[in-house]
Design a protein around this ligand. Structure first.
Ligand code: KG4
Ligand code: ZN
Length: 311
């Protein structure tokens, strides 16, 4: 385990996050979210998010240092890809400025790989390879075979919407608020998941695709509205959640049968979903590793530092 103080910066979407990893443990993980502002537009507006990063970066940095002197930082890690370009630029500029000022090395980090390792919040514990890594977020839905910290093979990725994006769009149509995932998660009742949105489940070895399911749910909502029928919010959202988790789980099961792995790690905002977590634990005998808190599931800088510490 490396004895380093890592300053980590994450600005890929609407959360400005700065963290310090001190000797392999999370020392701070500050997240200043602009979700409330984005809520008024029903989704993330990149230019607006970038402006909020500019406003929040220095306050987040001060909070994250929490008594540490800047010269005590040994390494500056930052998200360089993937993400909204105008947002990534803010984090990259801050990282580069600190690198010049403090004369400390810079390490660009892949946001998706950081999500995969976000469960590993204690560097004293070993990681068992190979494992399956699933990133399920607002922008991505991908499954990887992780053979080592730097040998990460993509097995599947969505060809259209991401799982979290479907949650957000359906919640917006139902005027529930943004982000939709946690709201729908809280409303979920298995016995009310009685609507059939898919005639046939997708074949397990095909790439993920969720736009068909999303459109079916949106069409159902529009049809009810047009016919002036009351919307059963719990039934619609529970049926949607049950179906989308069924699809994700079927795919994970397929890869678990293909590869003899030691475990499955999940990350990304949707990995905080209670129904997904429960179903995953019941899926097989393989160990399930998930982020310890909702903050570590969603976009956050601690995961950037955690991954940087392993490289
Ligand atoms: O990882 P993240 O913070 O940002 C991206 O990189 O996209 O994920 C945000 C997504 C949003 O779509 C949000 O609705 C979803 O994660 N989400 C959830 C839950 N919490 C957040 N989806 C389902 N259940 C949840 N509990
Ligand atoms: Zn993310």
């Amino acid at each position: 385990m490396k004895k380093l103080n890592i300053l980590a910066i994450e600005t890929s979407c609407d959360d400005t996050s700065i963290a310090v990893i001190k000797n392999g443990q999370i020392y701070s993980n500050i997240i200043l979210s602009s979700a409330e502002l984005q809520n008024t537009y029903g989704g993330v507006v990149p230019e607006l998010a970038a402006r909020m990063h500019e406003k929040n970066a220095i306050p987040a940095l001060k909070l994250a240092l929490k008594g540490l002197a800047p010269h005590e930082i040994d390494l500056i890690a930052y998200t360089n890809d993937p993400g909204l370009r105008v947002c990534l630029n803010v984090g990259e500029s801050l990282a580069y400025t600190l690198h010049l000022l403090l004369k400390k090395p810079l390490l660009p980090v892949n946001h998706l790989y950081a999500h995969i390792f976000s469960f590993h919040d204690d560097a004293t514990k070993p990681i068992e390879y190979p494992f399956l890594g699933a990133v399920i977020s607002g922008g991505h839905t991908s499954i990887y075979l992780v053979k080592s910290v730097s040998e990460i093979e993509l097995l599947n990725a969505t060809v259209d919407d991401a799982v979290g994006e479907c949650y957000d769009k359906i919640a917006r149509e139902l005027k529930l608020g943004y982000p939709g995932g946690p709201l729908i998660d809280r409303m979920f009742e298995l016995e009310k998941a009685n609507l059939k949105f898919m005639h046939k489940m997708p074949t397990v070895d095909a790439p993920f695709s969720f736009s068909g399911l999303k459109t079916a749910v949106l069409n159902h909502i529009n049809k009810c509205n047009m016919m002036k029928q009351p919307l059963d919010l719990v039934s619609i959202t529970s049926s949607f959640q049950k179906t989308i988790i069924d699809i994700v789980l079927a795919k994970i099961k397929f890869y678990l049968n293909q590869y003899p792995v030691k475990g499955i790690a999940i990350g990304g905002g949707v990995s905080a979903n209670h129904y997904l977590q429960a179903r995953l634990k019941a899926l097989s005998d393989v160990a399930v590793w998930m982020p310890a808190t909702n903050a570590l599931s969603a976009d956050n800088a601690a995961m950037i530092g955690i991954y940087a510490n392993l490289l």
